[in-house]
Ligand binder design. Sequence first.
Ligand code: SIN
Length: 523
Amino acid sequence: MATLDLLVIGSGVSGLSAAVRAASAHRLRVGVITKGQLHQTTTRWAQGGVAAVLGGTDDPDSTDLHLADTLAAGAGLCDLDAVRVLVDEGPVGVSDLIALGAIFDRDHDGDFMRAREGGHSLPRILHAKGDATGAEIERALVVAVHDTAASLVEHAFADSLLVEDGRCVGVRYQNAAGDLHEMEAVHVLLAAGGAGQLYSVTTNPVEATGDGISMALAAGAALGDIEFVQFHPTALHHPSMPRPLLSEALRGHGAVLRDSNGDRFVDELQPRDVVSRAMMLTMIDQEVDHLYLDATGLENFAARFPTIHRSLQVVGLDATTDLLPIAPAAHYACGGVITDLRGATTLPGLWAAGEVACSGVHGANRLASNSLLEGMVFGPRAIDAIAEGVTGAEPTGAMRTVLTPDEAAVRGKRLAPPPPPRWGPADADPGEVRREAQNAMTRGAGVFRDADSLAETAAVLDRVAAHVPAVDRDPAWLEVRNLITLGRAVVAAAASRTESRGAHSREDFPDTSDEWMLRQVMV
Ligand code: SIN
């Protein structure tokens, strides 16, 4: 097969909207590889929606307000220009998706319905099929990419980036039969999503094992903000994994949080980090492992939130009469592979977009429903840059903290990645090792961390690594190696940041420090 112009790794909103833009607007020869089936991505699980200000004559909302809310949630570490791009270009991203066939919910007058979520000063969240926004977006994009891409390879586990003369030229992957292949391309876009599976309790699907971030780290690309792992406050407290999500939109519609005495204890519409912390403190104080979401006052629950209604039915709960047991669960990697405002990474030829990336839009804590938005804005932006002939990273967005660390508004501090783990021998079961690593991350590097808990977590990760084969190509081992590699990096970044900010709460350093108004760059 002729070399591709663009190879996209990952098939969520960022990867597929990029692939479709590349093939249809720029006539590039595009290939997409993905670990499972095309639709099997974290995007599909997104409930709440897409934060976007579409405007209108009597709309009190504005992109400036959306910008201000995003900056406030990001606790001082957002890149202002990146957020400006996000909020200004978001409406175009929404229109592009509608043009591809995505259907967002509208009222009887044909206007978009808009919900409110935590950290938003006004209702501005567009949604689809009530609470199935990600699934609807993914559906439309999968149809579009089938029509446009030159090559789609499913069940392909990308395990390393091909780098020649300092440039990324493709990827090595393993197919479902276990055969190794290489796919070359002039440009590679990493859109492989996040890493919720670092933790034993997560809303992320089993595929979210940080493969993209680990692979980029191994290839020498700079990472940023990886200590900021966002926990979603309202995951259903239930043994099933991933934890069923109870969308933030429920609180936007009036659902409230209750402690074990039935009392309210926090303003439910604060940003996620604030609510998750308040919940953890209440749980510790009351010596309980869950609290409650009270959605009994919501009207037309089953019609407005059909996905959640069905998942509650499965576990025998009825939101109109039952208090819903909840606890925070790992949800989103605010950091990732550092990019500039057009998706270029520090490795020429490699671009990144979506949850795998750190463009500077989320800072220390992502604002609700800015994630689908980020994917639909920054995926296509990278493609437009490629089509214009941009060849490398510029000092914009989070990349400023790498290329001009002393001058950037958010300064950069370099942190060396932990030395590679000592693998082997293979004398354990990959599932057991994975669980042990996840449990250690949840205990020691979760909503709260401190120096001792992080050191203990690092020690467990090192200990379990010694039972992981260095070369076994079983996908279960590939995932475990990625989880341990990334987990050690997250722990190192969290141990280094001796303050509390956004989604990073240190019990031994509870205050936010002006000296830490900087982005840690792991390279
Ligand atoms: C939710 O619906 O609460 C999740 C949306 C998001 O992660 O922003």
